[in-house]
Design a protein around this ligand. Structure first.
Ligand SMILES: Cc1cc2nc3c(=O)[nH]c(=O)nc-3n(C[C@H](O)[C@H](O)[C@H](O)COP(=O)(O)OP(=O)(O)OC[C@H]3O[C@@H](n4cnc5c(N)ncnc54)[C@H](O)[C@@H]3O)c2cc1C
Length: 379
């Protein structure tokens, strides 16, 4: 009986486990992750504006893991040996016949004074922090909120901009509903003259027009210098802010550097379009941890991509272990709904098309329906 091991209990890891179980009902499946829980990141955007509670988006995995007969090892991977056949963790070593790495990405926290900003996509705790600060500001009579995001200069896919637009528009909508928008100044800052360009030119124009309509100020095209308590500093000037939300660029997890894995220039595990780690046998990477040579430069780091990669990786891992050709590649597509709390704009991009749908209430409700569908698996 084969022992397949997955590192990480996020979108990529859990989809990989499902796919492995479907393809090999008899295999021994092991999951290594720090906690037996799954964080549903896409709905964190609704925590500050009270559409969701942070705790409701952290789901226990017991039911899911029992159903798939997964041997859960509560541990954090810290290295690999024997060419990937042994995972080293803080709780000991675990042998495997094949490995899928899905331990997510890591934010580059190098900007001076970054501790003065909330990094909203780190998790449920940070989303709750934004909620608390926002409501303190409302109680205190308003103020300035600055929001921005950065990239990884040597890894085009190492950027997470979509959720920042959603926090921005969601907070704007919420403040309007509370009747206090006039007491707030919202400023969006980015070193890119066209932030979010990976969604396509038309999408960026739409987002910028939306900011103008909503009275959101922009500070674009200036390299960031850092943050101070209540201040954003760029080469194009500085401005005060009572709350700063900043999403830095993404790099690979810290532990992969110790593991001797091949890394892309941006610090992610280097794979190809079959998700196989370059030069390593029976070792695959999926989701935000990886860099996939051969894909377009707009390839997103998204849950949806992690799912597509996980299915391809599971198929290839089993094929490789059974001595069959392992040449399944994953489909590259960007599906992004930029939510505003009461409506949403959907952007679709693949190798042939780049379509921007009109903003509508349907966009918002599709995001909610997708959430319900995804989360039902854990109940
Ligand atoms: C606010 C927000 C909104 C988003 N909205 C969307 C959206 O609308 N649509 C979309 O498609 N994507 C969205 N994304 C992006 C999406 O959530 C990520 O791309 C996705 O989570 C990546 O999946 P992953 O499996 O690679 O990593 P993750 O989901 O980050 O999971 C990583 C897992 O690895 C574990 N881990 C970490 N270190 C170790 C270690 N050393 N050993 C073992 N385990 C470890 C973690 O605990 C976690 O379980 C959003 C992200 C955020 C933050």
């Amino acid at each position: 009986m084969m022992n397949y091991t997955v590192i990480g209990a996020g979108f990529g890891g859990l989809t990989a486990l499902e796919a492995l179980r479907k393809l090999d009902p008899d295999a021994h499946l092991t999951l290594i992750a720090p906690k037996p829980e799954f964080v549903y990141f896409p709905s964190l955007i609704w925590v500050p504006t009270r559409l969701r509670k942070a705790d409701d988006l952290v789901l226990p995995l017991d039911h899911f893991l029992d159903g798939l007969r997964v041997d859960f090892q509560q541990a954090a991977a810290s290295g690999l040996k024997d060419g990937g056949r042994t995972v080293i963790t803080d709780k000991g070593e675990f042998a495997n016949d094949g490995l899928i790495i899905a331990s997510g990405g890591r934010f580059i926290r190098k900007l001076p004074g970054i501790e003065n900003a909330i990094v909203p996509c780190s998790g449920a705790k940070e989303a709750q922090q934004i909620h608390d600060r926002l409501h303190e500001m409302i109680a205190a009579g308003g103020g300035t909120i600055a929001m921005g995001f950065g990239g990884n200069p040597v890894e085009p896919s190492g950027v997470r901009g979509g959720p920042m637009f959603e926090f921005l528009f969601g907070i704007d909508t919420y403040l309007r509903k509370q009747g206090v928008r006039d007491s707030f100044r919202l400023v969006f800052f980015s070193p890119a003259p066209k932030p979010g360009i990976r969604m396509g030119e038309k999408a960026v124009d739409r987002l910028m027009a939306e900011m103008k309509t909503r009275g959101i100020e922009t500070h674009l095209g200036h390299k960031r210098k850092g943050f101070e308590p209540a201040k954003v500093k760029t080469e194009g000037g500085e401005f005060d802010a009572d709350m700063i939300l900043f999403m830095p660029g993404l790099t690979g997890p810290a532990w992969v550097q110790e593991a001797g894995l091949p890394l892309s220039p941006g610090g992610m595990v280097q794979a190809d379009m079959t998700c196989r780690v370059q030069g390593w046998d029976k070792t695959y990477v999926v989701g935000d941890s990886g860099s996939y040579a051969g894909g377009p430069d707009w390839m997103p780091k998204q849950a949806h991509m992690a799912d597509l990669q996980a299915r391809a990786a599971a198929k290839n891992l089993i094929a490789e272990c059974e001595g069959r050709p392992a040449n399944e590649t994953f489909r590259v597509e960007l599906i992004c709904i930029v939510d505003t709390m009461d409506s949403g704009t959907m952007v679709y991009r693949d190798l042939k098309r780049n379509v921007l749908f009109p903003r509508s209430v349907l966009g918002h409700w599709s995001k909610r329906l997708f959430e319900r569908h995804y989360l039902s698996e854990f109940k």
